[in-house]
Design a binder for this molecule. Structure first.
Ligand SMILES: NC(=O)CC[C@H](N)C(=O)O
Length: 300
């Protein structure tokens, strides 16, 4: 971890912090952290791994997991399962494809999933926050109200997607209510350690480390990993698969969670992003980790 921390920091200064959500523009581009949680429950961390950051699109994994727990395969009537090949906030496919987003890991897809949760739970964002607390074993996890408000103030593009989908009958609830839920989930503040522990269920056949019990069925964990592999890095999913080869999900807060099924979960974070909205240093760190794991497996 220390070696990766040192080497990944050479990438600081490359890329740009997201500024289309003003509250995110204030992040310090010189931060880098990485944490691993093994399926045996050991946590290894380096750099700024304990510092909470805005999880942004990583919340789409929680949203999807909770929604699949309630709706099962019915969910796929509302949202597709294929990479979009488009930026995460693109509107162009939505009109042509009659309001059914390509996958649950682009904004439109996650907004549809959030709508499903608004139908299922009285207070969906509080429910999701509580699940994040339980899964990470950290009761102090909060929704960052400043980020949430900033997203709401600059919601035009996400609101346009939501209204377009509503016009096709793919959003059941009030658009403002759905957007509020979606933004509050994106605004959860968690650290690399929190996220590595919380998402370990995807590495451990659905078993939640901090809860000490099954969270989802093994088959569902396999399926979510598959969607992460093909769609988790937006239109750069293929590049990342080639470089790293692991199911992963990124967010514009600079975090990336990756899963080594059967072994461990990892979260790397650094706020500066490349042109696809993926953290430059976090991607590099995961590439170094993947290379190191191959070397160790070969006994080199
Ligand atoms: N890619 C992301 O992390 C985007 C999430 C962000 N909250 C948005 O809706 O634009």
């Amino acid at each position: 971890m220390e070696d990766i921390n040192e080497r990944a920091r050479t990438k600081l200064g490359t890329g740009r912090v997201a500024d289309y959500i003003p509250a995110l523009a204030e992040q310090d581009a010189n931060k880098f952290g990485i944490a691993i949680c093994t399926n045996e429950g050991e946590v290894y961390a380096a750099g700024d791994a304990q510092e909470p950051f805005s999880i942004q699109s990583i919340s789409k994994v929680f949203l999807l997991t909770l929604s699949l727990r309630v709706y099962g395969n019915e969910l796929w009537e509302r949202v597709g399962l294929n990479p979009s090949g488009m930026p995460f906030n693109s509107l162009t496919q939505l009109e042509a494809e009659r309001g059914k987003p390509r996958n649950p890991f682009i904004n439109a897809g996650a907004i549809v999933v959030a709508d499903r949760l608004v139908s299922a739970f009285a207070t969906p964002s509080k429910h999701l926050r509580d699940v994040a607390r339980k899964l990470s074993g950290n009761e102090s996890i909060l929704i960052d109200a400043r980020v949430q408000e900033s997203e709401w103030q600059h919601r035009s593009r996400n609101a346009a997607m939501a209204y377009l989908m509503k016009s096709f009958g793919n959003i059941d609830n009030d658009v403002d209510q759905v957007l509020h839920s979606y933004f509050s989930c994106c605004s959860l503040a968690m650290s690399c350690v929190d996220l590595a522990v919380a998402l370990n269920y995807l590495a451990a056949d659905g078993h939640a480390q901090a809860m000490g019990e099954p969270f989802i069925a093994p088959d569902l964990a396999r399926k979510i990993n598959s969607i992460m592999f093909t769609c988790g890095m937006y239109d750069a999913a293929g590049d990342f698969a080639y470089r790293v080869g692991l199911p992963a999900k990124s967010g514009v807060g600079g975090g990336i969670v990756a899963i080594v099924p059967g072994k461990l979960s990892v979260c790397a974070w650094s706020p500066a992003l490349d042109e696809n909205g993926n953290s430059v240093a976090a991607q590099y760190a995961l590439e170094l980790l993947a290379e190191e794991m191959v070397r160790q497996q070969l006994g080199h």
